[in-house]
Design a protein around this ligand. Sequence first.
Ligand SMILES: [Zn+2]
Length: 355
Amino acid sequence: MIMFNKYCRTFILMALTILIATACNATPNEPTDTKENVSETATPKNPDSQQNPQVDKQDDTTNKPTLPFSELQKGDTGKQVSNLQQVLIQAGYAIKNTDVYDSETVWAITDFQMQTSKEMITGIYTLKTKQLLEKVLANQLAITPGKALPWKKSELTADKKVEVSNPYEILVLVNKSHALPETFIPEDLVTPAVRFPFSEDLPKKQMRKPAAEALEKMFAAADKAGVDLFAQSGYRSFTRQQSIFAANVSKNGEEAANKYSARPGESEHQTGLTMDVTSPAVSFDLIIEFGETPEGKWIQTHASEFGFIIRYPKGKEEITKYQYEPWHLRFVGKKAAKEITDNKLTLEEYVEKLN
Ligand SMILES: [Zn+2]
């Protein structure tokens, strides 16, 4: 009995020792696991990152500037422009970070849009541009800066005119002292679905895509208002303008022709951003009386809502160097159209303010 008890006690002690040892071995692991789990789940719940999202944002912006969420265009200034410029520089564009949406920024955005979003080439930064730039940053989209529109400074030609360096810019200034390159043919010409007083499929029905879409919207609104607008003449190539000007010179002489007709390269119609409009009330002619028709009056009030301006207004002949043309509409985008119209400016005056 005593022996048995002795062995039994020894056995029980050994068994207890093993049990305790096993328990002791197990003990350090469990809390460690639990701690790891806690710390994993705790990380995102860290009150600092929840309550101070700026902490995380600051870390992000040191590597990756935040792309602006609002539209930006020439003349805009500030932190958002600077952020956009940082991204463009990161994407390989050799521009300066100036905080000002300058000609270099317009060029970079235009070139970028030509390579990625052929339908909306404007030089204006939009949410669509933002999405595409994000793809470039994520290496999902490859571009070659300057491939579509090589960087060029505006140069003076032999006859002291400025040769336009970015013909795709929506605010491009084309006039008797700013000429388009002879070779410029917009690559995004389309025929807007609007009324023309003729049925032939002529090139003059065309406009650049952003302008054509805006024209369609304007015509739809005119229809609703019961206004009988017709489109008469849009895109005109350099060579077509050459023969029109030559015909006008032989008819009326060069000096007279220059007052109502443009030399090749100096016609806004070559930009693809222009449409001459008319109405049955003036037999579809392009004459000053159009300005007094219901259609002429309607566009004076509403064209800017769709991004168009009356490019050669009454009383501004000294600046535009053209007589009043109530029929000649030029697309500049909604923001510029509103500012130009509300302040009774010409495109010359507006663009000068931006540069
Ligand atoms: Zn015109």
